[in-house]
Design a protein around this ligand. Structure first.
Ligand SMILES: CC(C)(COP(=O)(O)OP(=O)(O)OC[C@H]1O[C@@H](n2cnc3c(N)ncnc32)[C@H](O)[C@@H]1OP(=O)(O)O)[C@@H](O)C(=O)NCCC(=O)NCCS
Length: 193
């Protein structure tokens, strides 16, 4: 399964409670305020610098927009519908590279976690991947200790493939690798699961 690069422009996606809009430079200050919290970063990739530098969000936003300009990944900021348009989290999506079985990443402001918002964002991005891009499947991963992230995948209909060693910001651990197929996800929409 290889995907076409460059990817199309990042579309605005709307859910019942959220607007997902393309990441912009103006989002860096809000990301710098929210992202550097232990509960946000502890289960994320070990390459994220910790302690998080004062220009961490700026550096990451510049790099992400360069990657976006090459058409390699989608980056959405998560904003509350009817709110102030401020970034409250992020969700990223990228094509299968033939090796790393990992195609989506997300984090949300702890102040608004536990309300089903990331499930909503993940469903919107998955719908785009399967219905518009027509990707056949998404490979998804999370730390075995990240029960909320694993639960979102299970709710979407993903199947666990394996568990393997992985380094996180919190140190060495294990990650679960999941597959969510277009077929299964579409069938769940029809069934109204
Ligand atoms: C993972 C994360 C995005 C979830 O966001 P969220 O908006 O709170 O998620 P939702 O409310 O949509 O869904 C979370 C689900 O996990 C469940 N859950 C939460 N904590 C849990 C726990 N400790 N054990 C089991 N289930 C848990 C919730 O009950 C919910 O399931 P339900 O709808 O069946 O009740 C958020 O916790 C986060 O930003 N974490 C830090 C960054 C991160 O770890 N990103 C993922 C990297 S793989």
């Amino acid at each position: 399964m290889t995907e076409t690069i460059p990817l199309p422009d990042t579309p605005v996606l709307e859910t019942a409670r959220l607007i997902l809009r393309p990441l912009e430079m103006r989002d860096a200050p809000a990301i710098q305020r929210i992202f550097p919290q232990w509960e946000v970063v502890k289960h994320l990739h070990h390459g994220i610098p910790w302690p998080y530098p004062d220009d961490g969000a700026l550096t990451n936003t510049v790099m992400s927009l360069e990657t976006r300009a090459r058409g390699e990944k989608f980056y959405w900021v998560i904003t509350l519908k009817g709110g102030d348009d401020e970034a409250r989290g992020r969700i990223d999506l990228w094509p299968f590279d033939g090796q790393l079985q990992d195609m989506r990443g997300f984090w949300l402001d702890p102040l608004i976690q536990g309300r089903g918002l990331m499930t909503e964002a993940a469903e919107a991005v998955t719908r785009y991947a399967f219905e518009v891009l027509e990707w056949p499947c998404l490979y998804l991963t999370n730390s075995v200790e990240n029960h909320a992230s694993g639960r979102i995948k299970a709710k979407q209909g993903a199947t666990r493939l394996r568990t393997e060693p992985k380094d996180f910001v919190s140190g060495p651990g294990e990650r679960q690798v999941w597959i969510l197929t277009r077929e299964v996800w579409l069938a769940r929409q029809v069934e109204g699961v």
